[in-house]
Design a protein around this ligand. Structure first.
Ligand code: SF4
Length: 347
């Protein structure tokens, strides 16, 4: 628009730090500039169809995007942190065998605005834009619906905005992109962002991973881990580790031999391991891992010297747990009234 760069920063701060969506309220811009902005742009928000609260503090939003399809966003509070699990696509084309999102097929990529809007709506929901309010959301993970690296440009712009000091200012260690292994895109990721990385591995060998994550047939484990190492090496602070996500499914990938194989496989990957007990959903043939198998699996990895966390299942009473997101509308806890003033989408 021929304006100076600091004007863009002013607008970014209004929208992303103060939650202001009306150009007329951006009082440090001249009246002329506000009028031009109104002519050229608009700020709209997606419609929150439902907001559901779990007994454990997890909150899930069902959000309707332009075109009518819905996505889900989940907030998970854990010990002083608030993690927002954000979707990057409507549905997903990759059809991992343990994932509800994969079962519904692929609809379309989300725009950068639609990805960032999920963070904006969550902050609004918790009153985080109010003066002196503390930020409810401290961490963002792109682990909701969709494969982020198949929506590369929009996802990169969104995570960079989340980490930008003129916008949300989240630390690069607190914004994590999770991929099931789109290797060509992972190979070029470091040229565009230094977001933290999680790898959805779920199996210690190709034969098993081919069954769980069909994309593995195209980009096998050795290639994925090589690309992961290369990404970490290119980061400006090269002490960062990837998070290896491993969903434990009873009788499928939870045996001691799987843990030992995993320990050897990851020996030259700077990483920590996050074990996720599988969350069953309607129509899937898998079972949740038993506590005995989970702890035995964890112990083998701990003894091999890894940092191993176990993700507590959160929000399963509102179908907000890992792998359960499917964008379905149901009748529980309708709260859309609070958001009627916010309908639309950020653009
Ligand atoms: S696990 Fe991720 S990549 Fe696999 S089908 Fe589900 S959303 Fe897609």
């Amino acid at each position: 628009m021929g304006e100076q760069a600091f004007r863009a920063h002013q607008v970014m701060k209004w929208i992303h730090q103060q939650g202001v969506t009306d150009f007329d309220q951006m009082t440090n811009l001249s009246k002329l500039l506000r009028a031009r902005l109104k002519e050229l742009a608009k700020v709209e928000l997606p419609e929150v169809v439902q907001e559901l609260d779990s007994a454990d503090g997890t909150r899930k939003w069902l959000i309707r995007m332009i075109g009518g399809s819905c996505i889900e966003t989940v907030f998970i509070p854990v010990e002083g942190r608030g993690t927002l699990c954000v979707s990057s696509q409507i549905g997903c084309s990759l059809d991992c065998s343990f994932c509800a999102t994969g079962k519904q097929g692929f609809n379309r990529d989300l725009t950068t605005a639609e990805i960032v809007a999920q963070l904006w709506l969550a902050l609004k929901s918790f009153g985080s834009f109010e003066p002196k309010a503390t930020r409810a959301v401290t961490n963002v993970v792109l682990m909701g619906m969709g494969e982020p690296l198949l929506n590369f440009d929009n996802v990169v712009d969104a995570v960079n905005l989340m980490m930008d000091d003129h916008a949300y200012g989240l630390s690069k260690r607190r914004v994590t992109l999770s991929t099931s292994g789109v290797v060509p895109e992972l190979d070029r990721l470091a040229r565009f962002t230094d977001v933290s990385l999680a790898i959805s591995l779920h199996a210690p060998n190709d034969a098993l991973r081919d069954q769980l994550v069909p994309l593995n047939k195209k980009y096998p484990i050795a290639r994925l881990l090589e690309s992961t190492r290369n990404y970490l090496k290119q980061l400006p602070d090269n002490h960062r580790r990837a998070t290896i996500e491993y969903t434990l499914i009873e009788g499928i990938n939870d045996q001691p031999e799987h843990a030992r194989e995993l320990a050897i496989l990851l020996s030259d990957v700077p990483c920590k391991i996050n074990l996720i007990p599988f969350n069953p959903f309607a129509g899937v043939g898998y079972q949740k891992v038993s506590e005995v198998n989970l702890r035995r699996f964890q112990k083998i990895l701990l003894e091999a010297g890894y940092t191993v966390t176990v993700r507590t299942t959160r929000g399963d009473d509102i179908a907000a747990a890992c792998g359960q997101l499917a964008g379905a509308v149901n009748d529980r806890t309708r709260r859309s009234e609070r958001y009627q003033a916010l309908s639309g989408s950020i653009s």
